[in-house]
Ligand binder design. Structure first.
Ligand SMILES: Nc1ncnc2c1ncn2[C@@H]1O[C@H](COP(=O)(O)OP(=O)(O)O)[C@@H](O)[C@H]1O
Ligand SMILES: [Mg+2]
Length: 251
């Protein structure tokens, strides 16, 4: 398993936002996390990407215990994520946004900058090449010089994926990639996620559109009030009485 969570929990005061969740992501798979609003999905991503410390439980990534690592340390080991609300530098170009993503993960230190300007120049060229390649992967090659603020909502989502992808992660976490885009754009996004997975990146996504998860995912976990209430193939999840109950009960 590329990622394993063992009885992972997070409390905010008296609220158990994530409650003793066991979860695994197999290398090469696309795994989905669904559940009603407030079920703890984003908090769960925050725990496994180490953006938030867990209250209890354990996380392993590629067989190594990463429970105590900082977010940037787990990022360097190959875990990348996007956020539910897209976070871009609005005034910067698409290319510069991706370069920021690249530098955050490959940081040449200040000392390097001072004493090895030759190497730095080479690294700059490598960074730009990687950024342009990644823009092509997400379908934005022709928009490299456009300011992020002048991209459509859907293009901004693709750009956010490029930022996460540029350092070639092994595991990509996507928080509601289809939020705020229309049905046709969603089809394009599904094709992109399939292409990313086919390129060897393991994908885990939180998604509220049932047809998207059912179509894309090998396995799905369902959260409700912080607890895992089901875990299985799309077929199993579709027929699970606890899942139907959770969704109907919240309407
Ligand atoms: N930083 C926080 N402080 C306090 N409560 C939070 C915090 N983040 C999330 N919560 C609460 O935890 C629960 C789960 O939230 P969240 O993980 O965002 O759910 P989801 O992504 O499934 O909609 C909600 O009740 C939410 O209000
Ligand atoms: Mg959320």
């Amino acid at each position: 398993m590329l990622l394993e969570a063992h009885r992972l929990s997070k409390s905010f005061g008296g609220l158990r936002a994530v409650d003793e969740v066991d979860f695994t992501v197999a290398a090469g798979s696309i795994t989905g996390i669904i559940g009603p609003n407030g079920a703890g999905k984003t908090t769960f991503f925050n725990l496994i990407s180490r953006a938030l410390p867990a209250t209890s439980g354990r996380i392993t990534f590629d067989g190594q215990d990463v429970t105590g690592l900082q977010a940037h340390e787990i990022a360097r080991r190959g875990l990348a994520r996007t956020f539910q609300a897209t976070t871009l530098f609005a005034d910067a170009t698409a290319l510069d946004n991706v370069l920021v993503g690249y530098r955050q993960r490959t940081k040449a230190g200040l000392w390097d900058a001072l004493i090895r300007s030759g190497r730095l120049a080479r690294e700059e060229r490598e960074a730009e090449a990687a950024a342009r390649d990644t823009l092509a992967v997400v379908g934005l090659a022709d928009l490299a010089d456009r300011q992020a603020r002048n991209l459509t909502q859907e293009q901004q989502k693709r750009l956010a994926m490029a930022l996460a992808l540029v350092a070639r992660p092994r595991l990509l976490l996507l928080d509601e990639p289809s939020a705020g885009i229309n049905a046709e754009q969603t089809r394009g996004l599904i094709a992109l996620i399939e292409a990313i997975a086919a390129g060897g990146v393991t994908v885990c996504l939180i998604e509220h559109q049932m047809q998207v998860v059912m179509h894309l995912c090998d396995r799905i976990m369902v959260l409700d009030y912080g607890k895992k209430i089901a875990d299985g193939t799309p077929e199993e999840i579709r027929q699970d009485p606890a899942v139907l109950e959770a969704y109907l009960g919240h309407k």
